[in-house]
Design a protein around this ligand. Structure first.
Ligand code: MG
Length: 506
């Protein structure tokens, strides 16, 4: 292939991808696309991320400081200081968690318009505790800033405060507005000149007539904050113009159902969308503190909110420096045993690993046969999708164990390599598994492949025990034969899991 042809094809593909992103995928990243890369909400970095993803919109919150600087921040205070009463110079002494200086609306408009023809800036005006007069001032200041940047077509103003929106729609009819509070019908909003209905999903569920009414009146439909897969499907099906979510990647997965996971059908998933303990229909616990065959130092507890909980769509498995019975530490080990067994297919787990000496997180699988006591370890087999010991930061291991090839006799099938920032970023760890072998896939790329019978290895159950149903295990061990000496200062330490998805080949 000539270079020019190659370049032409590359640009053609890039164009096609761009065209796809420019289509009417109604994904609005709530406070930017922050979650996957662990960025601060309402940061320039999360805005840039949403633009890079090609989101239809990136939402952010605007407030005004006492010296009339419009800033981007959700809460009414910063480090205990009331934004209403403090000057920008004082507030900007507190950087965001990624080191960014507290962004202003000016920063957002400047950054948000560079190389961006796709992503609308969904600008929420927060009302001030100082009252109506202050809100009027903020409304005018925001509108003028947008007009100065010639960003009228690219910004949508949203607010819970109907008075703020009334000022914008009366004085600046060129600007698009959407109301958040849920207490007015689309008809009432239309009469006030508001251009869109942006309500909590419960409002639309209890008032389904709002959806048809808004469409008839030509109002935009937006909904917040939709993180649950079932709700995503519901609002996509209803043809919403915008769906505001903390999970833009997940929503894209729905929008383009078959594009990222062609040939695979999702058969089991947990996106950890409800806050609290893990879902008991999906997970059970292994409990105990007997060392688990490796002299591990933790006691695994069940139903312990401190050791295993979900929040904002993330599962946290937490090891604590707290004694329990004869163990010095507590932690959790979740398994799908008794809930879901899996043989052949694709597994993808998005996780961020703990840092620190003594931590030993793992994503792995054992077969049903060890539970039914038909087979002991290592005859039963073991699939280690991901193991990481904190004493060797970023070195990530995959292994297969069997009667003939296992770590006790140092003959296991294994591979390790160094990844980037495993404790600061989510990576996906997974396998593609069929009757010919197991591919270990990290971040969508082949990490290691083990083929049945490779290098003359025995292919009976003693050498390849991977043709039977297995269950998935997520745990965080502390110390032990491989975890090694423990630095107690690093506790609590946690493995965070964004999602677990399992697919069957179509
Ligand atoms: Mg907001």
């Amino acid at each position: 292939m000539t270079r020019i042809t190659f370049i032409a094809i590359f640009f053609h593909l890039a164009f096609l991808m761009q065209a796809q992103l420019n289509s009417n995928d109604p994904v609005v990243a709530h406070r930017g696309a922050w979650k996957k890369d662990n960025l601060p909400q309402n940061s320039i970095a999360s805005l840039r991320n949403a633009i890079k993803m090609g989101c239809m919109g990136s939402e952010f919150d605007v407030r005004m400081t006492s010296d009339d600087v419009l800033i981007v921040h959700h809460d009414p205070d910063i480090s205990g200081l009331k934004i209403d009463n403090e000057k920008y110079a004082q507030l900007s002494k507190f950087p965001l968690s990624n080191g960014e200086i507290l962004p202003t609306l000016e920063d957002f408009l400047r950054e948000g318009l560079v190389d961006n023809h796709t992503t609308k800036l969904i600008l929420e005006i927060k009302s001030s505790d100082l009252g109506k007069k202050r809100n009027i001032k903020v409304a005018h200041a925001v509108a003028n800033a947008i007009i100065e940047h010639h960003a009228e077509k690219q910004v949508v103003i949203i607010s819970f405060d109907i008075e703020i929106l009334k000022i914008i729609s009366d004085k600046y009819p060129v600007l698009s507005t959407q109301y958040l509070n849920g207490d007015l019908s689309p008809k009432e909003l239309k009469a006030l000149g508001i251009k869109g209905v942006d309500y909590h999903y419960d409002v639309f569920k209890s008032h389904p007539e709002y959806i048809t009414q808004a469409k008839e009146l030509g109002l935009f439909l937006n909904v917040w904050t939709v993180n649950n897969p079932n709700d995503m499907e519901f609002f996509l099906e209803k043809g919403f113009d915008f769906i505001t979510t903390n999970e833009p990647e997940l929503l894209y997965g729905f929008v383009r159902k078959n594009i990222p996971i062609k040939d695979w059908q999702l058969v089991w998933r947990d996106e950890f969308t409800n806050d609290g303990l893990p879902d008991t229909t999906k997970w059970s616990y292994d409990v105990g503190g007997h060392g688990w065959g490796n002299n591990e130092k933790q006691y695994y507890l069940s139903n312990s909110l401190k050791n295993s909980y979900q929040k904002n769509g993330i599962l946290h498995i937490v090891a604590l420096n707290e004694p329990y019975e004869n163990s010095e530490y507590t932690s959790a080990k979740l398994t799908t045993y008794g809930k879901f067994l899996f043989q052949y297919g694709k597994i993808e787990v998005s996780a961020m690993l703990p840092a620190g000496k003594g931590t030993w997180p793992a994503i792995w699988m054992l077969p049903q046969s060890i539970r039914t006591k038909e087979e002991d370890w290592p005859l039963c087999g073991e699939i280690d999708i991901m193991e990481h010991v904190g004493k060797n930061p970023n070195v990530v291991h995959t292994s297969l164990h069997s009667k003939l090839y296992n770590h006790i006799i140092n003959t296991q099938v294994t591979h390790f390599d160094t990844l980037e920032a495993v404790s600061r970023q989510f990576h996906t760890y997974g396998i593609e598994w069929d009757d010919k072998g197991i591919k270990f896939i990290y971040d969508g790329a082949l990490y290691f492949e083990a083929l049945k019978g490779e290098n003359g290895k025995i292919t009976t159950n003693e050498g390849w025990p991977f043709d039977k149903p297995y269950y998935l295990i997520l745990n965080l061990a502390i110390g032990g034969n491989w975890g090694g000496p423990i630095d107690p200062d690093i506790l609590p330490a946690e493995m965070q899991v964004d999602y677990v998805r399992m697919y069957k080949k179509i």
